[in-house]
Write a protein that binds this ligand. Structure first.
Ligand code: SAJ
Length: 433
């Protein structure tokens, strides 16, 4: 029996010992689904505190309650380690490590390279290896394949290599790892077959594609689509502001079109660990191939201008009340990159706070999900939202559902609303995007 047939059987019988490298908001939910499907799963992470928390059955990922994790740990279906030598016993490995951007907007491949180097030390025939981290097309075949096709091992015969984009949307109550269709593409047909068989054992729907590059590109199209449409609607907001049209009313009416339109909403800028990042993995790669990704660059520019636009709005609102921004108290409502989560990565609130400070404003913030802000040189503690009424101007940056918008509309002296959180409330003191 060859490696393909052996591994096919192990996966089919769920006897394959499964590894997940990177136990974050992607890796841990995947590990849990694989364990629920009956695989024996070993989570591998370089951070000891994550490994220890998981082995205590304590979840640190929003979408995986401890009540779901603990029984799997108790039953021995899932365990975590920082020791990569476990790879010698594994039959399958999913890699879900970060792929951030460097300050120069170039891909930071260091996490993928380190994970692959750690795996390569214990690599062996018979392994199915699947990269899930969002990255540029060509990563799997150009960067990973040569690291594993060594010592006579042949991909598609002795081991199997795939790419499968993660589509986790933290906090999404409707779509979680199990019911989000899973795209997977292999270096060879047999790689794709084994990847599809593997995911099919744990997830509701698998979408095999013809190659790793197609699978890599699928993810980038999905997130570039969002980033560019957000850039478009932000530009529409700048236009509407200039010709005094309520952009929110325009979008709401346009969204009644039952086909051929998808609403996006203007905002204070583009935050998060996917949308502002992934498109620049694509433009970095295509630039090497001699193609300028002009839409991505333009949308990146427009989205990047929104924090400046918001601070100008604050300055103009204060001006209407004969107050200079310099020396005024400005209170920021919400600093997470989007509503009802605690993640501040790439949050436009950070840029807005920086810009306000640079122009001499005295800045405070409230965010029930972010008690302390310790990022990008900002060291602040959240204050209760009731303090907003003491500010000369309040700026709603993240429209958490839990904020008391009615109370704010009554008590605040001035409000700049970047999210239409005060939809339908008319008042001289409210300035909208
Ligand atoms: N944003 C706008 N206007 C919009 C939509 C978003 O300004 O109309 C801003 C948000 O405030 C945020 C940023 O863009 O700062 C990104 O928001 P997002 O809704 O795209 O949320 P993310 O970053 O959590 O994106 C994730 C992505 N999921 C994956 O990459 C697996 C994305 O593909 C999902 O479509 C998105 O969640 C989602 O739909 O919630």
């Amino acid at each position: 029996m060859n490696q393909y047939e052996k591994l096919r059987r192990k996966i089919d019988d769920r006897q394959a010992l499964t590894g997940v490298v990177g136990l974050g908001y992607v890796g841990l939910p995947l590990a849990v689904e694989l364990a629920h499907a009956g695989f024996n799963v070993v989570g591998i992470d370089v951070l000891a505190d994550k490994v220890d928390a998981i082995n205590r059955g304590e979840s640190y990922v929003q979408d995986i309650p401890t009540a779901v994790l603990k029984p799997l740990i108790k039953a021995g279906k899932l365990r975590a380690t920082a020791d990569f030598s476990v790879v010698e016993k594994l039959d399958t490995i999913n890699i879900a490590v970060p792929t951030p951007l460097r300050k120069t907007k170039d891909p930071d491949m260091s996490y993928i390279v380190r994970a692959c180097e750690d795996i390569a030390k214990h690599f062996h025939a018979g392994l199915l290896l699947i990269l899930e981290s969002s990255t540029y097309p060509g990563t799997t075949d150009e960067l990973m394949l040569p690291m594993f096709e060594t010592g006579g091992l042949k991909v598609g015969e002795d081991f199997f290599l795939c790419f499968s984009p993660e589509r986790v949307d933290p906090g999404n109550a409707r779509f979680q790892t199990k019911n989000i269709p899973k795209v997977v593409g292999g270096i060879t047909k047999r790689c794709t077959e084994l990847g599809a068989l593997f995911y099919g054992k744990a997830l509701d729907q698998v979408v095999p594609v013809s190659s790793t590059r197609v699978a890599e590109m699928v993810k980038l199209l999905e997130n570039t689509f969002r980033m560019i449409n957000i850039g478009l609607v932000n530009e529409i907001a700048l236009m509407c502001d200039r010709i005094d049209i309520n952009v929110w009313e325009v979008i709401e009416a346009a969204a009644t079109k039952p086909f051929g339109f998808m609403p996006f909403y203007p905002g204070p800028g583009l935050g998060g660990h996917c949308i502002p990042i992934d498109p620049f993995y694509l433009s970095w790669k295509t630039k090497q191939a001699g193609i300028e990704a002009r839409f991505i660059e333009l949308a990146g520019y427009i989205n990047g201008q929104m924090p400046h636009f918001v601070v100008d709005k604050v300055q103009n609102a204060l001006n209407e009340h004969s107050k200079p921004l310099k020396g005024s108290k400005v209170h920021v409502m919400g600093v997470a990159y989007k509503r009802d989560i605690d993640d501040v990565r790439e949050s436009p609130a950070l840029d807005i706070i920086h810009l306000l400070g640079k122009r001499g404003a005295k800045v405070s913030y409230s965010d029930p999900y972010v008690p302390k802000l310790h990022s990008d040189g900002i060291e602040m503690k959240a204050v209760p939202e009731t303090k907003a009424s003491a500010a000369d101007c309040v700026v709603i940056v993240t429209d958490h559902k839990s904020f008391n918008y009615g109370g704010l509309a009554k008590s605040a002296k001035l409000i700049v609303d970047t999210r239409n959180a005060l939809k339908g409330v008319t008042s001289e003191k409210i300035f909208r995007l």
